[in-house]
Design a protein around this ligand. Sequence first.
Ligand code: NAD
Length: 485
Amino acid sequence: MTIRQLRNYIDGRFEDGVSTFDKRSPVDGRLIARVHEAGRDQVDRALRAAQRALPAWTALPVAARTDYLLALADGISRRFDDFLRAEIGDTGKPVGWAGEIDIPRGAANFRAFAELARTLDMESYMTDTPDGRQALNYAYRKPLGVVGVISPWNLPLLLLTWKVAPALAFGNTVIMKPSEVTPSTATLLAEVADQAGLPAGVLNLTHGFGPDSAGEFLTTHPDIDGITFTGESATGAAIMRAVAPGVKPVSFELGGKNAALVFADADFDAAVEGVTRSVFANCGQVCLCTERVYVERPLYERFVEALAARARAMRIGWPMDPDTEMGPLVSREHREKVLSYFALARQEGATVVAGGGIPVFGDARDEGAYVQPTVWTGLSEQARCIKEEVFGPVCHVAPFDTEDEAIRLANDTRYGLAAAVWTQNLARGHRVAQAMKVGLAWVNCWFLRDLRTPFGGSGLSGIGREGGRHSLHFYTEPTNVCVKL
Ligand code: NAD
């Protein structure tokens, strides 16, 4: 089998890096690609190319610019199977999930932001002036400039395009730095851009790691105009320090320790199914996944048993098998982290109701990064396993007695990303959802997204919101024009 070479894309050309590193499959450990790491000089050249391309890109009529975005969306759709194989190869995620979520949403991001850019209105005010006349104020929006997009490994194409699409739509040029763990779909996106005839320098790709590599070279570059980042909270803090000297704008979508609240009046089956999905989807590796479940006491025992039964029955397997519900974690390294929390939970006094270990297959998958879907009970609310993000297929379930207590427990975290409320009492659903200290609160659903809505978190979960016109606000800067009439 030939090993794919994943190169950088700078100023409209594919380039080797200064060194290469291996990308291995999380399913069976086999080598699947060699990735070309960009050096400091290459990141600098990408930035210069993006600067050169900026004036013409910004000056394009919106219709022409957004036509390019639609061409990128079409390019992804046309090469759907290539993207699907690349995403599954990098992550091991089940074909059902990648085929329904990652790849379609990757294309949808370009369509949604093309549509938004075409239909935007402009903020304006008529102002009375002391001489009895008026002034017209309007906020004329200009692109930030050259934007660095740094993305994680859990939803690689979806989260990359979620930022690349609005940046391009609103007239910026871009340098992408995808996760070193999942470099394949970003490379395909560069190929699609090349085939779509996107002008050289508008969209660049530099591969590599964070510290002392492409990530750091980008964030510390004095001429980058803004950084949009999705990843761990600690990395966000490092990037914030890196951009501080230049006071560059940042948009951060970071970690979570999300709660689900299940009230006794919930539709039981829907709540069990919904929480099962929110805990175990993508092997628990979605920033929005639930890691803390609070259940009203009359329902508690029954709910724990039903959730544990779903976890034990979960079909773990080959990603290309359409019956597979859960694939491996993204890498052996990440599995070490998740297993360390499995051990810590036992030390902290957890009862392991389901899972807690590594599945044994007796085939090549034993070389992969699989873990069992896991359910804990009995931990103190102060336990590290309740406070820290695990980012694996695991949750803790605890009982509560009153609505106030449920709200207090859910909000007792330094993160503030997402929450899900399960109840058939409409007023309570609104009330509790509004009381959640999070950027996204779902009632009787989870991960249901409208791309026009604000997305992001507070506290350790991030800074700012993207989505719809919230993206406009990050990727552009207004000049207020005041005209005396
Ligand atoms: P990570 O922070 O390790 O890496 C993310 C990206 O940052 C990678 O491209 C990496 O190379 C780069 N990077 C690392 N250190 C850097 C540095 N010093 N300077 C510049 N770049 C650097 O995150 P991850 O492990 O890839 O992703 C998982 C994390 O992402 C979880 O914490 C998850 O909750 C979070 N996440 C958040 C959201 C959200 O929308 N809030 C979405 C998905 C994932």
